[in-house]
Design a protein around this ligand. Structure first.
Ligand SMILES: [Mg+2]
Length: 732
């Protein structure tokens, strides 16, 4: 079986298979995605997807024929049954995700069998992908049909580099969270290394959902997941500029354009073209036109709206109702304003070819593109390019992704029928010169970012993300380095191991009560074993209180250092540093009380030498604002010998002379160690790394900048390192 270096996965293949009179026909698509990806090197590439025909209609022989024919076109089919098409495609993808992601939540249908089918079809795509991808392949997954697939592929091919592009809007958190399966979908997407959207607003919504639903913090457009960086960015898709230029210049187009001008002589032509869908705002657009006719009687008989709607999902009731609503509106307006000589609206419910549409673009004095929500909208760009030097005005919805790139269009709120009416009037009164200037500015922008660049831009960004990940991975503690570490440990005469607790030996818990963070029996046993090794000092250096550490590890040989070094336990006795924190505590107490009472979910923890404000359970946006202001207020009331620190969902106020660095220096001064290991996860541990001798093993747990010489992905990996040391010693 041949394996490929580049794998494209989308719900539909660029080739559609039909069966007529027992004979298979193959129809090559010239849609946006195949054009966009045509520029990517095709020699070592396979495209995986559904060929558009249900499995139930095929014999074994058909399937073999299809597979063979598609293989010759660089494709591999995923066969879907009629049930899959109904429940996965028509169901979860188009009746659950599509309406919600376009903010039509009342149209969203939630059914268990939709979700089950969506999961199982995503698994079928996973199996096909892993079958053809080399272990380190570049895999580019497309769109909302396959949101679980990045995570599924990651689990099977951890070395692969995965990109995902979302071709429809990603809604704000407030809307996205209505989905029962919201977490599973986010986790699925986060299997990718790069997640792309058309515009940055969608990326922002995705990042905010990751933060609120999974607690993952946005770090300049990327999030850290299980020790891996996932990058999120915008890549606006475009059209094939050159193709529209040659179409508008073809003799056929020029002839049809002239014939249209002849037919509608003396009338301003308004053009509108969409697929039948509630997201397109067609009834609102008709209302806007009606309003225009009502408010501008001087234009009666002088204007025509040519509205082309191409049939889509006509078997679905919502779509049937929409079709009926549009037809009724058209008849009403034609009846209300039309005369024997003049019909205000020419309505066509049919799919036209681009060759038929381009001349209409050319003839249109105004183009109404007013979707209520649209991921990008390419019709707007097609109109602009088809115009060439012919005057015309694009009226574009603020809710279309394309608005960011086409600011010279007349922007309208698609729900505001008065605004649509006014924009129509404005386009008819705008000077030809201004119309051309606006068109040319937009044409230049589209020409500079043609669709072929979109594909290569995304793939080159995917490589860059992978390079950044590789750079971060340089610090990763590799197996052979771990073996060397164990070897040095075994041969050392005096050994010192210094470990932070939270985030290093124990994962963060949602409850801020100290008891929630108590070590498991396994962890206590591990610490006891390490501390019990001969010629080994094991220190736990934590910001926790001495009572907490004592209750967890008091019965082991571990040396305990509490509150970042304010307390040290030696020979069974706790010793404290000679510092008075009480005046500072009194000064800050009223501020902490005030913030805690105003910020539901926050708590105050009193340690002997510190006060800590915990905000792990405060809603993120509120937490950001309150934490920022609280830090500022605290700093204004304490002296310079008191430090206000931000930690992992905490703000801690403590004497600035109490640091892990000072504690570590004291320990290293006491013992003449020839093996030192220090491990920690946050900024307080950086001091520990800096104080360690240069040949020490300093280990950062998790991602982020560090002075440590090695890195492990998380708590589980850290525990494995310690376990390995104990086992090696046990074998001696
Ligand atoms: Mg920590």
């Amino acid at each position: 079986m041949q394996k490929f270096s580049t794998v494209i996965v989308s719900n539909r293949l660029p080739v559609k298979v039909e069966k007529k009179d027992g004979k298979l026909n193959y129809i090559q698509s010239d849609g946006g995605l195949p054009t966009a990806l045509a520029s990517l090197d095709a020699t070592d590439r396979v495209w995986i997807g559904w060929p558009g025909i249900a499995n139930d209609d095929l014999t074994d022989e058909d399937r073999a024929d299809i597979t063979k024919e598609l293989e010759s076109r660089g494709c591999y089919p995923v066969f879907l049954s009629n049930d899959d098409v109904q429940l996965f495609y028509e169901g979860y993808a188009n009746d659950t995700l599509w309406p919600l992601f376009h903010y039509f939540q009342s149209y969203m249908i939630n059914r268990d069998e939709y979700w089950r089918s969506y999961s199982s079809v995503n698994r079928a795509y996973r199996d096909a992908t892993t079958k053809f991808a080399k272990p380190d392949a570049r895999i580019w997954i497309h769109d909302y049909h396959l949101m679980l697939l990045p995570g599924m592929v990651r689990a099977k091919l951890p070395q692969s580099v995965i990109g995902y592009f979302h071709h429809i809007p990603f809604p704000s958190y407030e809307v996205f969270r209505l989905l029962p399966e919201r977490k599973e979908l986010l986790e699925g997407l986060l299997g990718a290394d790069l997640i792309g959207f058309h515009i940055y607003d969608y990326a922002r919504h995705f990042l905010s959902s990751c933060l609120r639903l999974l607690g993952l913090t946005d770090d300049h457009g990327s999030v850290h997941v299980d020790g891996r960086m996932v990058s999120v960015d915008s890549f606006p898709i475009s059209i094939d500029y050159g193709r529209f230029v040659s179409m508008r210049e073809s003799p056929d187009a020029i002839a049809q354009h002239e014939s249209l001008l002849e037919t509608y002589q003396g009338q301003k032509i308004i053009f509108s073209e969409d697929r039948l869908d509630y997201s397109k705002g067609i009834p609102e657009r008709l209302e806007g036109y009606r309003r225009f006719l009502e408010d501008n009687p001087d234009y009666l008989g002088q204007v025509v709206l040519i509205m082309v709607v191409s049939p889509s999902r006509t078997g679905v009731e919502t779509y049937q109702q929409l079709q009926l609503q549009i037809e009724q509106l058209v008849s009403r307006i034609n009846g209300e304003f039309g005369t024997a000589e003049w019909m205000p609206i020419v309505y066509q419910f049919q799919t036209l070819t681009l060759e038929e549409i381009v001349p209409m673009f050319m003839a249109a004095d105004a183009m109404l593109v007013t979707p209520r929500r649209d991921g990008m909208n390419l019709v707007a760009k097609e109109y602009v390019v088809s115009k060439g030097d012919i005057p015309g005005v694009l009226i574009l919805s603020e809710m279309a992704g394309a608005i960011d790139e086409l600011p010279e269009a007349l922007a309208v709120n698609p729900n505001d029928t008065l605004a649509i009416a006014r924009a129509l009037r404005q386009s008819f009164t705008m000077s030809k010169k201004e119309q051309i200037e606006r068109l040319h500015a937009m044409q230049k922008r589209i020409k500079d970012h043609p669709v072929k660049r979109w594909g290569t831009d995304f793939m080159s960004e995917l490589e860059k993300v992978h390079e950044r990940q590789t750079e971060e991975a340089i610090l990763d503690l590799k197996n052979e380095q771990l073996e060397l570490l164990v070897d040095r440990f075994n041969h050392a005469k005096e050994r010192v191991i210094m470990l932070d607790y939270d985030g290093t030996l124990q994962t963060f818990k949602s409850s801020t009560a100290p008891s929630a963070a108590a070590p498991s029996a396994t962890l206590r046993k591990l610490i006891a074993s390490l501390a019990g090794l001969p010629h080994t000092r094991l220190c736990i250096i934590s910001g926790r209180s001495k009572d907490a550490l004592d209750s967890w590890f008091g019965d082991t040989d571990a040396q305990l250092i509490a509150e970042h070094g304010a307390w040290t336990k030696r020979h069974g006795e706790w010793h404290k540093r000679n510092i008075d924190f009480e005046p500072a505590r009194e000064a800050i107490q009223p501020i902490l009380d005030d913030y805690t009472s105003r910020t539901p979910g926050s708590t105050i923890e009193h340690k002997d030498f510190a006060s800590v404000w915990h905000y792990r359970n405060v809603p993120v946006d509120l937490a950001l604002v309150r934490a920022y202001n609280l830090r500022h207020e605290l700093r204004s009331v304490v002296d310079s010998d008191i430090a206000v620190h931000s930690g992992n969902k905490i703000i801690e106020v403590k004497p600035s002379s109490v640091t892990k660095q000072v504690a570590v220096e004291a320990i290293l001064g006491e013992y003449d160690a020839d093996f030192v290991l220090a491990a920690g996860d946050d900024y307080t541990d950086e001091g520990m790394f800096e104080a360690a001798p240069h040949d020490a093993y300093t280990i950062k747990v998790g991602l982020g900048e560090t002075a440590a010489s090695y890195r492990v992905a998380g708590v589980a990996s850290m525990l494995k390192v310690l376990q390995r040391i104990v086992e090696a010693d046990a074998r001696k």
